[in-house]
Write a protein that binds this ligand. Structure first.
Ligand code: HEC
Length: 122
């Protein structure tokens, strides 16, 4: 198995661990929980801001090209969407591969970045 596959598998395992943790609270993920790793370490919003550059090539603010905007997305909704792409519940090939390439720390960082963007909207 190549390194990339191992990384993808690790990400998937992390995602599954999160979904299992979520099953306890009815499948909902609070925005507060979403910005944490499975170990409860807060995500780094600056790292998230760096990572999101990879996303905004497709995800433009006005949803052009049929790609939904992710500006100001709720952190809990974001984490659940990524879990659903990683585990195949959501079947978009591009996003499945994006979701599987991101680890727990990266997802927490992105969620933390989205949380800072939400605060600005309030
Ligand atoms: C190559 C283009 C592309 C890239 C790069 C990309 N996405 Fe996506 N993304 C899409 C498309 C297309 C969809 C709609 C898929 C569907 O119908 O499920 C989507 C859907 C999503 C959704 C679900 C939105 C909703 O309203 O339910 C989230 C969340 C998301 N992407 C986050 C990200 C993040 C975070 C990154 C960067 C790490 C990223 N995407 C990178 C194309 C992309």
């Amino acid at each position: 198995m190549g390194v990339l596959n191992t990384v993808a598998l690790a990400a998937l395992c992390a995602a599954l661990a999160i979904s299992q943790a979520l099953a306890g609270d009815g499948g909902e993920m609070s925005d507060m929980r979403a910005v944490l790793t499975v170990d409860g370490v807060p995500g780094d919003p600056e790292y998230g801001e760096y990572l999101v550059q990879e996303c905004t090539a497709c995800h433009v603010a006005d949803g052009a090209g049929g790609v939904p905007p992710i500006d100001g997305i709720a952190p809990g909704y974001f984490r659940l969407a990524m879990i659903e792409y990683a585990d195949g519940t959501r079947e978009n090939a591009v996003m499945v591969s994006v979701a599987r390439s991101l680890g727990d720390e990266e997802l927490a960082a992105l969620a933390a970045w989205f949380a800072t963007q939400q605060e600005k909207q309030d």
